[in-house]
Design a protein around this ligand. Structure first.
Ligand code: ADP
Length: 449
């Protein structure tokens, strides 16, 4: 009985934890497994925010937004290749997911702007601390409170089915116990993406061969193989996203919120070259066209103070600073004269309220306070949009679009939600909404079997 439950959840990122907590709260006995020795997956690294529309948090700040607007932005960002019914679920449940986390103790009261969004809808903890670590902590604490059986160092190997094709559990490999069968009526795959597996990435998109990645070591995509072997169909695997801003020094992912809160991007010549808060695919392509295939995020103390995460980057030693832009140029190899002009022009456009050079839609603050900072950045593989095919109930489908009974998927392991390009802030939203839904539906399914 120790290894017999209603629902097994594979993966301890945001999707897995949301699924486990939600399945438990819908009456299921749950085991959650994680192949790595630590919990949290990539979700824990997410720094930007959680996109949601028409939330109480937005209302409290007087922000006007709507589900329709989030829907349109998400489709546009994904080049209209998203599965509309999945985007419908993502956007219409986004407020509910924020409320669900808030009721469990999350603080998502700070609301900022991310690329491709036409309103401030990226929710994060007060002071702009990393949203992923916070959400994982809240979900983990709630899983502990519910006494959910969590097993680290335990890899999901193969879905077990009966002769009618119904899921009957999962073959796993525990670090000490070796292979064993967890018997369950439903399995939820929440194994994340494969951005850390450059062989797999480069086979699907040769342009990305040799690219560094922002991801944690577990993001290898073996969940994709587990699903395929169980007959799951795949979708959109060729769409792989580069995050535009990894620090050249150390490969640290610098959150989009730095730009959202006011940083500009310049090249070595000291010139702006793009709307800084365009979508990730466009920003990455623009940076790769600059001399040295890198660019510099430039900001001042007012931006620094607006986002506590920035002090972490400074602590890592990847952020040169100086009290003038000319000095900053000398330290970093940026043309200081042009940089001074670019910042002055940006500040004057901010006064007039319109960026006539690159059409940046939000100009949050002038860059003229205290010290100036630069982070040299280049794109790295960040998110894999494709994965297993699910329907709007998070049920995994086969190539004939039939549901595989008892098999559910949520989060980055699935495809279709983000089309060809995911907007910043939509990952946390995706994993919480589809994780909750997979948990609830798997629990209800298990009751009937
Ligand atoms: P999401 O954002 O979709 O929740 P994450 O990347 O945050 O995805 O989390 C996925 C987790 O699943 C990672 O911690 C990863 O190590 C784990 N994982 C991946 N493959 C397996 C597997 N076969 N068995 C168990 N855990 C897995």
């Amino acid at each position: 009985p120790r290894d017999t439950v209603d629902v097994v959840v594979v993966g301890s990122g945001g999707a897995g934890f949301s699924a486990a907590v939600s399945a438990h709260d819908h009456g299921a006995k749950v085991i959650l497994i994680e192949k790595e020795p630590v919990i949290g997956g990539n979700a824990k690294l997410a720094a930007g925010g959680m996109n949601a529309a028409w939330t109480d948090q937005q209302k409290a700040k007087g922000i006007k937004d709507s589900v329709e607007s989030m829907y349109k932005d998400t489709m546009k960002g994904g080049r209209d290749l998203n599965e509309p019914e999945l985007v419908e679920v993502l956007t219409s449940h986004s407020k509910g997911s924020v409320d669900w986390l808030t009721a469990m103790g999350a603080d998502l009261n700070d609301v900022g702007r991310m690329g491709g969004a036409s309103a401030n809808r990226s929710h994060r903890p007060t002071g702009g601390a990393g949203v992923g670590a916070h959400v994982i902590q809240v979900l983990y604490d709630n899983a502990v409170k519910r006494d959910i059986d969590m097993r680290m160092n335990t890899r999901g190997i193969e879905i077990i089915k009966d002769d009618k094709g119904n899921v009957k559990g999962l073959l796993v490999k525990g670090m000490y116990k070796g292979y064993y069968w967890i018997k369950a009526d439903a399995v939820i795959l929440a194994t994340g993406g494969f951005a850390k597996n450059n062989d797999r990435v480069a086979k699907l998109d040769p342009k990305l061969k040799g690219f560094i990645s922002t991801n944690q070591p577990g993001a290898t995509g073996d969940g994709i193989d587990v699903a395929s072997n169980a007959g799951a169909a795949m979708t959109d695997l060729q769409y792989i996203q580069a995050h535009p801003t990894l620090s050249v020094k150390g490969g640290v992912m610098v959150t989009e919120a730095v730009r959202g809160n006011g940083a500009i991007l310049v090249n070595r010549e000291g010139k702006r070259f793009v709307n800084e808060i365009t979508t990730r695919d466009k920003a990455s392509a623009a940076i790769l066209k600059q001399t040295g295939k890198s660019a510099f995020l430039i900001f001042d103390d007012s931006v620094r103070k607006s986002l506590s995460k920035i002090d972490k980057y400074i602590g890592l030693g990847v952020v040169p600073s100086a009290d003038s832009l000319v000095k900053l140029g000398e330290m970093t190899g940026i043309n200081g004269k042009n940089l001074t002009e670019a910042v002055a022009r940006y500040n004057s456009q901010l006064k007039s309220g319109k960026d006539t050079d690159f059409g940046r839609p939000n100009l949050p603050r002038a860059l003229n306070e205290g010290n100036y900072y630069a982070i040299e950045v280049t794109p790295g593989v960040h998110h894999t949009m494709g994965g297993v095919k699910i329907d709007s109930k998070a049920e995994i489908m086969n190539a004939k679009k039939q549901v595989i009974p008892g098999l559910y998927g949520a989060g980055e392991v699935t495809g279709g939600v983000h089309g060809a390009n995911r907007l910043g802030g939509n990952a946390i939203s995706d994993i919480v909404t589809f994780g909750r839904m997979a948990g609830e539906n798997a629990a209800e399914y298990a009751k009937k079997h």
